[in-house]
Design a protein around this ligand. Structure first.
Ligand code: DO4
Ligand code: MG
Length: 285
């Protein structure tokens, strides 16, 4: 089942349930005012099946504007969870190579703050590349949707946009490499009702279009993530409360060659089996 946030006529965002025939049921009309409160329901699947049978306002998916599928959740990200990411970071910087090598093996994962919910870019909007960066890349990642108890209740697609030259120059610059205008995209919706075992069988694919040309494409499997979802969520919720839940990007396993950098006007398409496609154009910020 798919949950979304959507707008009809430039009004306030509503919470939607997307049905098999690509209709969007307006759950706000049934009194559901926040994604975070719905995701805290311990009988979520039963509740959604019940809501599906109610006579709620219904719109065609093609006729609504999808918003980023977060309302009050902070967005965090895990790093160096794939061997490919560890290798790329170690090559990017002699200075930080030991840190990346160590964190891949360490008990404690790398977790970093990525975005406030109101700054997240939705499907169809533009992600940013910093004007003071020379080497900008997208990072296609599975995103875990966590409720306020830290339970994984859904999945969406994330793009952890990164400035690799800034990150590589000095590890202390990581927040500037990772957090800037348009650096986090999520969407197009949240899928619920899948087990970790099932999701580990999904593929993550990315392609980058420049005009009519595909300038990069690559793919990986969610199964290559070194750590379990529960382990990542448990570390995030250690000594920290998220009363509205959180979204946790799980790291990238696809890294373009070092000669590649994004340009303004590129279009980044990320596909995750079981979820769909997140597509964003690129703008200089
Ligand atoms: O510390 C670098 C960031 C790592 C990251 O974002 C990733 O592996 O996806
Ligand atoms: Mg990343």
């Amino acid at each position: 089942m798919k949950l979304c946030r959507f707008k009809k006529n430039y009004g306030k965002a509503s919470i939607g349930l997307i049905t098999q025939d690509d209709s969007v049921l307006d759950l706000t009309a049934a009194g559901i005012t926040g994604l975070y409160s719905l995701l805290d329901n311990t009988e979520l699947m039963g509740e959604l099946r019940r809501l599906e049978k109610e006579n709620l306002p219904r719109f065609s998916l093609a006729a609504v504007e999808l918003c980023a599928p977060v309302d009050l959740q902070e967005i965090w990200a895990a790093g160096v969870t794939y061997l490919r990411s560890k290798k790329a970071r170690m090559e990017e910087s002699d200075f930080s190579a030991t840190a990346y090598d160590r964190v891949y093996e360490a008990e404690r994962p790398e977790l970093f703050f990525k975005s406030l919910p109101q700054k997240v870019v939705a499907a169809g909007e533009a992600v940013g590349i910093r004007r003071d960066a020379r080497w900008s890349v997208p990072e296609p990642e599975l995103a875990l949707v966590l409720n306020s108890k830290g339970r994984v209740v859904g999945y969406t697609i994330g793009n952890d946009m990164s400035s690799r030259d800034i990150e590589g120059e000095n590890l202390l610059y990581l927040p500037q490499a990772k957090i800037y205008q348009g650096s986090c995209a999520l969407g197009p919706w949240i899928v619920v009702g899948h087990s970790e075992t099932e999701v580990r069988g999904w593929q993550i694919a990315i392609s980058i279009q420049r005009g009519t040309e595909t300038v990069f494409s690559g793919q990986t499997s969610v199964g290559q993530i070194k750590r379990s979802f529960e382990e990542l969520a448990e570390f995030l919720f250690r000594s920290q409360e998220f009363p509205h839940g959180a979204v946790l990007l799980t790291g990238t396993g696809v890294v373009p060659p070092d000669s590649f950098t994004l340009s303004e006007g590129d279009v980044v398409e990320i596909r995750v089996d079981g979820v769909g496609m997140l597509s964003n154009s690129v703008v200089m910020v």
